[in-house]
Design a protein around this ligand. Structure first.
Ligand code: NI
Length: 179
């Protein structure tokens, strides 16, 4: 398995809309395993294919304490949503930034699993938040898009500064990415 490189805001590749998976084959399953491994390595609770520059509708989540309940959703669709509540969110593509976002509290989702068969899932709490957050990634949307433009500016500046500091200690990366 391979650890994949996670794109960071404001990388324009995070804005691409992912395409539906046509066939769930071994290549898709291998990629899903890499996505899961990368999520666990980064201590994330969810990761979408878009975040590793693969523009297919695939996401993984694991909101369990023990980190032993991986969930793979291929071509996920929200069938119904209820309630609306704010909760603090972060994102592996926006490292170190947390803010409140309003999401549906309960959702019913349909997706394809590892074997390519469709299943439905009722989610609430952190799982519901996480699935909605990851599904946004597949449409090129980030949680910072729900915040004010002023907040986004501050976040971009902070991340740019941190990347500059990182690249000054690494010779392999000459310049920080342009905003
Ligand atoms: Ni995210």
């Amino acid at each position: 398995m391979t650890n994949l490189v996670i794109l960071e805001y404001p990388d324009p590749r995070l804005r691409q809309t992912a395409e539906a998976v046509r066939v769930v084959d071994d290549a898709v399953r291998r990629f899903a395993d890499d996505l899961l491994q990368t999520m666990y390595a980064c201590k994330g609770v969810g990761l979408a294919a878009t975040q590793v520059d693969v523009h297919k509708r695939i996401l993984v989540v694991d909101v369990s304490e023990e980190r032993n309940q991986p969930l793979l959703l291929i071509n996920p669709e929200i069938l119904s949503a209820e309630g609306l509540a704010p909760a603090e969110e972060g994102c592996l593509s926006v490292p170190g930034i947390y803010d409140k976002v309003k999401r549906a509290e309960r959702i019913r989702v349909r997706a394809l699993g590892r074997d390519g068969a469709a299943f439905e899932l009722d989610a609430d709490g952190l799982l519901a938040i996480c699935i909605q957050h990851e599904m946004d990634h597949l449409d090129g949307k980030l949680f910072v898009d729900y915040l004010s433009e002023l907040k986004r500016q501050l976040i971009r500046k902070r991340l740019q500064k941190e990347r500059k500091q990182r690249s000054s200690v690494s010779e392999t990366r000459a310049t920080a990415p342009a905003l």
